[in-house]
Design a protein around this ligand. Structure first.
Ligand code: FAD
Length: 300
């Protein structure tokens, strides 16, 4: 099925892929992403995390290129405490060579730690879950600025949370955007979201910081109810959303209520790479195409 979807997605004209993606992308350079990050912070008190869109690497040289790009980004955000970085281990060669990936991520984490910039390991498809958790557990003791992601649609996440308890740190809880088989995860979004709410009290016990990445107003309301009923929790929670998903009113309400709100800002360094990545994402999650259209029609 994925093969047919990939085949179809590959036939969408490049201009259409770029046009469909443009509301979700903070421009075609690091500078454009930084300009947006600065204005979100100055005008609305919203912090950001930058993500350089790119394909899975196939050679050590491509992993080097990802490191070079992210090092540039780290250098640019040195005086911008409102900006953090998010990386995909796959983009640093995790599937190719775990030791290489660890060396590269360690190098970036060293720069980020020295300047006090947060760095988050995004979570990709289930083929990388074990490797990403292992990477985080090895690095986290050396880098207090490092965080990672758990996907609540996966059945394993309750156990993973307990495992992460030994290193604690900062974890982003999100439903997860990649398709999973029924043996590995919930098929219904609602079940994955209910799992997020079930896991939240334990996450608040085990972790230093909990980041809630969702655009679902009901889930956000429930999260607030749990957080506000838990002593000492409020200061350790942050809400996160994707650039381009129309939730301006909700974001401003959360900021006004005193919660930190962070937007995820993907930017494009090389359009060919980004386009390949976007096609793959559209093929994996056809519902994204529907979301794009619905959001273009809604005012937020
Ligand atoms: C800051 C951040 C970081 C993330 N990091 C990861 C990660 O590392 N790994 C991972 O697997 N997933 C990640 N995600 C994706 C997350 O898992 C998805 O946003 C999730 O699939 C959508 O879940 P939802 O809770 O918003 O609920 P949904 O029911 O999917 O969305 C609720 C409503 O929000 C809107 N919406 C949601 N997502 C989109 C979208 N992409 N485009 C357009 N409209 C949308 C729609 O209007 C939808 O009806 C991240 C999300 C955010 C916000």
């Amino acid at each position: 099925m994925l093969g047919i979807r990939q085949w179809l997605t590959n036939r969408i004209p490049a201009a259409a892929v770029r046009a469909a993606a443009s509301p979700y992308i903070a421009g075609d350079s690091l500078n454009s992403a930084l300009e947006l990050a600065d204005s979100l912070w100055q005008q609305r008190g919203i912090t950001t995390t930058l993500d350089a869109l790119g394909e899975e690497v196939e050679t050590p040289q491509q992993s080097e290129q990802a490191l070079t790009l992210y090092r540039q980004a780290a250098a640019e955000v040195v005086d911008r405490p409102w900006v953090t970085l998010s990386i995909k281990p796959g983009q640093f060669g995790c599937r190719l060579d775990e030791a290489l990936c660890e060396r590269q991520v360690r190098a970036l984490a060293t720069s980020c730690q020295a300047q006090g910039t947060g760095l988050t390991l995004d979570m990709e498809d289930t083929g990388l879950t074990d490797a990403t958790i292992a990477l985080y557990r090895r690095l986290r003791p050396d880098f207090s600025s490092l965080g990672m992601v758990l996907q609540t649609k996966l059945h394993r996440t309750a156990q993973d949370l307990e495992i992460l308890g030994s290193v604690a740190g900062r974890v982003r809880l999100c439903l997860g955007v990649y398709d999973v088989s029924p043996s590995l995860g919930y098929r219904r979004k609602q079940d994955g979201k209910d799992n997020l709410l079930r896991l939240l009290p334990r996450a608040l016990q085990l972790l230093d910081g909990v980041e809630i990445a969702t655009h679902d107003e009901r889930v956000i309301g429930e999260v607030r109810r749990i957080v506000e009923a838990t002593a000492g929790a409020r200061e350790r929670v942050e809400f996160q959303m994707l650039l381009g998903v129309p939730r301006r009113r909700l974001q401003d309400e959360l900021v006004a209520a005193g919660y930190p709100v962070r937007l995820y800002l993907p930017f494009v360094a090389q359009w060919d790479d980004a386009e390949a990545y976007l096609r793959r994402r559209l093929a994996e999650s056809p519902s994204l195409a529907g979301l794009v259209i619905r959001n273009l029609l809604s005012s937020g």
